[in-house]
Design a binder for this molecule. Structure first.
Ligand code: PLP
Length: 369
């Protein structure tokens, strides 16, 4: 059974809860659960990817290309790189573990914002590396990263610098000039820009920057806007020497026939991505209006992603109490204190999804004692 240990107690990733678990525990129909803790796609998987995955069924006895070559070529052609500048992984998650192994030694420092995607520090520490979380937010109101503080935390022993844009859990955006400042402050390290949520920012992101900086790698995933979290595909773009170092530690056949075919097809599914992004932006606008009805909670502004932080204004409760109260009402979010190192018990992270699920969230918050 899933437990609700605090984040100092576990050294593995605790994903958002499943609808089935909450339905069973609280005696609620699965269809009535608002699943707002895993940032999944409200419209499901890309239809083009679904069709391509089905068509692989006759090729399952064949080993796939160990570099996922058809997908690598498609990504390279789409974003104006050479295939040798691309690596594919079983989600970004696998690539993050390879990066930590290839670009830092035991005891080496890995810099990341606090709070950040827990996978960065969990893998760093599992491999005996030192995770350095730089905690300051410039603007307490929006929780944006303080770039000067972040740069000041880079030193000679820093091997990897993680940047997430839009950031998670805040959803805040980093300007290109700030990303360049961070990158230029760490020429001796590998700077890893995680663009998992870039589609929701309605920009093309910074995938062009590895052309200029040989020590900058950009990561993207098919788990979010393409709706393929269950298929497990991600990729990284960097200079060839960086990619070669990662290929040397990559489990040989890390992607199967289904992932390769699904990824190739998804990259052409502009319609699905556009529909998803427009639904998210519409619902985000809608839920921000509805939050004005609440006085014990505040929607932290400026999220450019498909989730946002909720700040608890009432000093007599905390994120775990609110999280449990929402679960009883069939609403799954993420408990800030439990899910992120460096985030206090004043915060929860909630996904943006269909409008009726936003209503369910706001109504449940209003209903809490
Ligand atoms: C969801 C997410 C990812 C994607 O992980 P996958 O392994 O590709 O599913 C990467 N980074 C962040 C910050 C995320 O929240």
């Amino acid at each position: 059974m899933l437990n609700q240990a605090t984040n100092t107690n576990h050294n593995y990733y605790v994903p958002g809860m499943s609808s089935e678990y909450v339905a069973q525990r609280y005696g609620i129909a699965v269809a009535d659960i608002a699943k707002l803790g895993s940032a999944e796609n409200p419209h499901g998987a890309s239809p083009k990817a679904r069709a391509a995955v089905s068509a692989t069924i006759d090729r399952l006895h064949l080993y796939p290309s160990w570099t996922a070559e058809p997908l690598r070529e498609k990504i390279a052609a789409t974003y104006n790189y050479q295939p040798e500048q691309i690596i594919c992984g079983a989600g970004e998650t696998e690539l993050i573990s390879l990066i930590i192994r290839a670009f830092s030694e035991p005891g080496g420092k890995i810099l990341m914002p606090g709070p950040c995607f827990p996978i960065y520090h969990l893998f760093a520490e599992a491999e005996g590396r030192v995770a350095v979380l730089a905690h300051e937010a410039t603007d307490r109101a929006s929780m944006a990263l303080d770039v000067d503080t972040y740069i000041a935390a880079i030193d000679d022993n820093t091997r990897i610098v993680f940047v997430t844009n839009p950031h998670s859990p805040s959803g805040t955006w980093l300007n290109e000039s700030d990303l360049r400042r961070i990158t230029e402050a760490a020429p001796h390290a590998l700077v890893v820009l995680d663009e998992a949520y870039v589609h929701y920012s309605n920009t093309v992101g910074y995938l062009h920057l590895p052309q200029e900086y040989p020590h900058l790698m950009v990561l993207r995933t098919f788990s979010k806007a393409f709706g393929l979290a269950g298929l497990r595909i991600g990729f990284g773009v960097a200079e060839r020497t960086v990619i070669n170092a990662l290929l040397a530690v990559k489990p040989t056949w890390n992607l199967g026939q289904m992932q390769i075919a699904g990824g190739v097809a998804a990259l052409d599914d502009h319609e699905h991505v556009a529909w998803t992004v427009s639904t998210i932006l519409d619902s985000k606008q809608y839920v921000s209006t509805r939050f004005r009805e609440l006085d014990r909670f505040r929607m932290v502004p400026e999220s450019r992603s498909n989730f946002f932080l909720v700040e608890i204004l009432d000093p007599d409760t905390n994120s775990t109490e609110v999280f449990n109260g929402l679960l009883e009402r069939g609403v799954i979010v993420k408990d800030g204190m439990d899910s992120w190192r460096g985030l206090s018990d004043r915060f929860l992270r909630c996904d943006v999804n269909h409008r009726h699920l936003m209503d369910q969230l706001v109504d449940a918050l209003a209903d809490l004692e």
